[in-house]
Design a protein around this ligand. Structure first.
Ligand code: NAP
Ligand code: FE
Length: 368
């Protein structure tokens, strides 16, 4: 079976990369919509760096700073209305996965009239504002993916808009913006990145190129396990996690995610568990499930981490995650019935059945 690898985003990495390469914004347009969250971009210097670069280049901008965690469909439409009112012609996203994903939907909805019922249909044209992304968490890899994941109340889960036209044109990776990121968010986002690379290797769309990126990403993240546990990450280790996260994004851009993400969305939607943590609660149990049918594949992943067994990995995740959420029997049944319907399930190299999903959810914690 032939495998595709595609990644059109220009990635610029290193300390001070936004300021050093601000001239690249000229190729995108003359007035930017800066899409960000309420606080962090103002506090970590990223917003100042971007506005400084735009001011020096003589480019205009408007700021939409209303993106919440797990952005809603309404937020995307509100951002698009703001973009139209301010007559912008390109988009700059600054923040974690939430502002980055919202920015993609805004860039699309600003250029095309898409009704809410059609938003996840995949039936749209190529007209989208060009985008530059500056991730300030090291986890989602959204800066190099074509996915915009929005909270979908009708489906009671999170749903992706996926279109090749949603790849950002530029991504700037500077770990200095992450110096003040809490260890809780640092750990959750690192686990999200790890989950992308692991799931990418367990996807039936995995190929030689995505595997190479995934294995490098997994070993880079594992090299930071001890520092994540102790809360002693250096600047270089934060940079390592940021690069590993981008590699994980390049992986899922080509493989998609699998059961872990579909299952995790219920933990986020119904129990408000952070996205990366939700994946982390499920990842070791999913690996143990796949191991029964594809032991060599799982062994490759565990070896990339420098570990000997899924059990050893599970112990590391337990330490990183701390006390786990308790789920009721009813919740487990409900979450399973939602996850089993998602397309990510059939994307798994070893496709889990309903009872397998139940067992994986049961492994999250003691039943309340
Ligand atoms: P997030 O929801 O973007 O941000 C979490 C929190 O971290 C927010 O309170 C944010 O504050 C804060 N924050 C961000 N950067 C910071 C920094 N440098 N210093 C201090 N605080 C900072 O979390 P995320 O885990 O990065 O993104 C999760 C979202 O990404 C989910 O919606 C998930 O579905 C999506 N996702 C997308 C993809 C994809 O391929 N597109 C892949 C995986 C996940 P502010 O609100 O003030 O900024
Ligand atoms: Fe994710």
């Amino acid at each position: 079976m032939s495998k595709l690898y595609y990644m059109p985003t220009k990635v610029i990495a290193g300390d001070g990369c936004v300021k050093e390469n601000g001239n690249l914004m000229w190729a995108l347009g003359r007035k930017a919509l800066i899409v960000t969250g309420a606080h962090s971009a103002k506090a970590n210097g990223s917003l100042d760096d971007v506005t400084g670069v735009l001011n020096s280049a003589g480019l205009d901008y408007a700021v939409f700073d209303k993106v919440m965690a797990n952005p809603t469909i309404a937020c995307a439409y509100e951002g698009a209305a703001f973009a139209k009112k301010n007559e912008v012609d390109f988009v700059i996203a600054i923040g974690g996965g939430s502002p980055m994903d919202a920015a993609k939907a805004i860039a699309l909805l600003s250029r095309q009239d898409i009704a809410e019922e059609e938003l996840f249909s995949g039936n749209y044209g190529n007209d989208v504002f060009p985008m530059a992304f500056i991730p300030t968490t090291a986890g989602t890899g959204s800066e190099v993916t074509q996915y915009s994941i929005l909270t979908n109340h009708k489906a009671e889960t999170k749903t992706s808009i996926a279109a090749p036209t949603l790849f950002p044109k530029l991504a700037f990776l500077d770990a200095k913006y992450m110096e003040g990121l809490s260890y809780t968010t640092t750990i959750n986002t690192a686990i999200d990145a790890l989950s992308h690379s692991v799931e990418g290797m367990l996807s039936n769309r995995a190929g030689a190129i995505s595997d190479s990126l995934a294995m490098e990403s997994i070993s880079l993240i594992a090299s930071c396990f001890e520092a994540l546990k102790k809360g002693t990450l250096t600047h270089r280790q934060r940079e390592t996690l940021l690069h590993a996260s981008a590699l994980g994004g390049m992986v899922i851009a080509n493989t998609g995610t699998t059961a872990v993400h579909s299952m995790g969305y219920s933990l986020t939607y119904f129990r408000n568990v952070d996205h990366g943590r939700a994946n982390g609660l499920l990842l070791a149990a999913f690996l143990a499930f796949v191991e029964r049918n594809a032991p060599e594949r799982v062994n490759t992943i565990i070896t990339c981490m420098g570990l000997k067994s899924v059990k050893e990995f599970s112990g590391i995740m337990d330490t990183l995650l701390g006390e786990k959420e308790k789920l009721t029997e009813d919740e487990i049944a409900r979450f399973t019935s939602i996850a089993i319907k998602t397309k990510n399930i059939s994307n798994c190299m070893v496709v889990p059945k309903q009872e397998d999903l139940l067992d994986i959810f049961k492994a999250v914690g003691n039943i309340a």
